[in-house]
Design a protein around this ligand. Structure first.
Ligand SMILES: Nc1ncnc2c1ncn2[C@@H]1O[C@H](COP(=O)(O)OP(=O)(O)OP(=O)(O)O)[C@@H](O)[C@H]1O
Ligand SMILES: [Mg+2]
Length: 268
């Protein structure tokens, strides 16, 4: 079980997470939705320990990440996770199969002789064949995403954090990835957090959906309940409308947005 309690995180003077509470039960797929820039990727990075929250606690199976100081303990904690980065984050100088098997070397006792075959098998699961010797520069955006996905599942982790697994994929391939995520959950009992903007995917794969808004969890509920919600914030997001409560706030949060308004009478 992953349990995040009271997570606060600011970057400089910009508050991003303002008291996020999320508990992910064993074997469930929790989808996180929310406007661009609302802190979804930041939350995932907090869970795996790439970003340290200013306040709050995150524990996995009762092990609190803040209490891990030794490098070995942090490595042991991270070993439980597969992580699909939003931008795939492949190593440019390594081939596809070396990228996919990268974690096996550090996280598992799998003999090196098996790496290439494991990479092939995981690539097949994400619909990629005969590209093991390509370099990332030779791949399309969607292929990179899928190589990143193959890498996330290569060591068969118990927890998988997916940051927008279907973004940039065509609708058919998106559905292949949806089915893969469902399969991993059903057959291997994987516990997952999936950040997504893709509501079709969220409705299909989620055990529950959590919506982040203004640095907090606006709602967390089963997909049917989110779909039927009358909350204007949720309605606006799931219907993809530009008008509504989210737009105003997004404008405030956008990098490069105008500085906060001066008080009336202060000039300019
Ligand atoms: N390392 C960082 N340093 C400074 N600011 C950051 C950093 N990481 C994220 N931010 C800021 O935190 C906010 C949330 O970013 P984050 O990437 O978590 O958003 P997101 O919800 O994943 O958005 P998107 O849907 O566009 O991927 C943004 O305003 C971003 O500029
Ligand atoms: Mg993101």
């Amino acid at each position: 079980m992953i349990e995040a309690k009271g997570i606060f995180k600011s970057f400089g003077s910009r508050p991003v997470l303002c008291g996020v509470d999320i508990a992910v039960q064993d074997g469930e797929t929790l989808c996180i939705i929310g406007g661009s820039g609302c802190g979804k990727s930041t939350f995932l990075k907090c869970v795996i320990g790439l970003v340290r929250p200013d306040q709050g606690s995150i524990s996995v199976d009762g092990m609190d990440i803040a209490g891990l100081s030794a490098e070995l303990d942090v490595a042991r904690y991270r070993r439980r996770f597969g992580y699909l980065f939003q931008e795939a984050a492949l190593f440019d100088s390594l081939t596809v199969w070396e990228n996919v098997s990268f974690g096996l070397r550090y996280l598992t006792d799998v003999p090196q002789a098996k790496f290439r075959q494991i990479a092939r098998d995981k690539l097949a699961l994400v619909g990629l064949k005969d590209i093991e010797d390509f370099k990332p520069a030779e791949l399309s955006g969607g292929m990179k995403k899928r190589v990143g996905l193959a890498r996330a599942i290569a060591a068969e982790p118990g927890y998988i954090l997916y940051d927008e697994p279907t973004t940039g994929l065509d609708p058919i391939m998106s559905d292949v990835i949806n089915d893969l995520i469902i399969d991993l959950q059903k057959k291997l009992k994987v516990t997952s957090i999936v950040v997504t903007h893709d509501m079709k995917s969220a409705y299909k794969i989620a055990s529950r959906i959590a919506m982040l808004h203004e640095g907090q969890v606006q709602a967390v509920d089963r997909p049917e309940a989110i779909k039927a919600s009358s909350d204007p914030v949720i309605r606006q997001f799931v219907e993809g409308r530009s008008e509504g409560p989210i737009k105003m706030k997004l404008r405030d949060f956008e990098p490069g947005a105008p500085a906060p308004r001066r008080k009336a009478g202060s000039g300019a």
